[in-house]
Design a protein around this ligand. Structure first.
Ligand code: SAH
Length: 223
């Protein structure tokens, strides 16, 4: 859980807490019903993850630019994806996130999962995420500079995998690194994208398609 004693999280005050509560109410109206997910989004100070000039819009339900042509994901889509991974009373267990970006979703995941590994291909962006996350002291979150197409073999298998960039097709390594009964959720497609939920079953994989979405593309290699 987030400790509020650190200098970076001090002085946030009631204003952002109230704004977050309003964001949670909005998510509830939009159909997010998982109270654990709503509580996590109500806890993480999203304004610490966006540029100062955009801080006033941090709690709008929008994707906002970070840097290196990337975006911070929309709260609704983050909530929808985590809710889908948890559906049926399932625990997230050990999670792999592909695409740390500014680190916001990683912080949300760390509230609801036992253990979170998050990887990012752009080194300076990962450094930014580290700086953003430092004050939150999330001891169950580990960040790594790596190409998500390869997953994270040294920490596999994962109970849950969540991808924050759109892949043209299901990355094989991610399917292989899914534990039995594990779930993977990712935006799939190029110009048109849908959220796809994959579960590893005893005999193979079962798949379901959720809503249409818009994510930045999942690229190859690291930089
Ligand atoms: N999780 C972020 C969203 C970041 S946007 C949030 O909380 O808002 C998606 C991120 O995926 C970008 O930072 C991008 O650089 C990263 N990305 C794209 N392809 C990747 C890959 N192959 N491996 C790791 N990260 C990747």
């Amino acid at each position: 859980m987030i400790s509020h004693g650190h200098p970076k999280t001090q002085g946030i005050g009631m204003t952002s807490q109230r704004t977050r509560a309003r964001m949670v109410e909005r998510l509830r109206k939009e159909g997010i019903t998982d109270e654990t997910v709503l509580a996590a989004l109500g806890t993480v100070p999203r304004h610490l993850f966006v540029e100062e000039a955009l801080a006033s819009r941090a709690y709008d339900d929008d994707a906002l630019p970070i840097s290196y042509s990337q975006t911070i994901s929309q709260p609704y889509v983050i909530a929808l994806m985590i809710q889908a991974l948890r559906a049926g009373g399932r625990e997230l267990g050990k999670v792999l996130e592909i695409g740390t970006g500014c680190g916001y979703q990683a912080a949300v995941l760390a509230q609801v999962a036992a253990e979170v590994y998050s990887i990012e291909r752009i080194a300076p962006l990962l450094a930014k995420a580290r700086a953003n996350l430092r004050g939150l002291r999330l001891s169950n979150l580990r960040l790594k500079h790596a190409d998500g197409n390869l997953g994270l073999p040294e920490a596999a298998p994962f109970d849950s995998i969540i991808v924050a960039a759109a892949a043209p097709q299901l990355p094989k390594a991610l399917l292989q690194q899914l534990a039995p009964g594990g779930r993977l959720i990712l935006p799939l497609g190029t110009s048109e994208q849908v959220l796809r939920l994959v579960e590893r079953t005893r005999s193979g994989f079962s798949e379901a398609t959720l809503s249409a979405v818009r994510f930045v593309p999942m690229l190859m290699g690291v930089e």
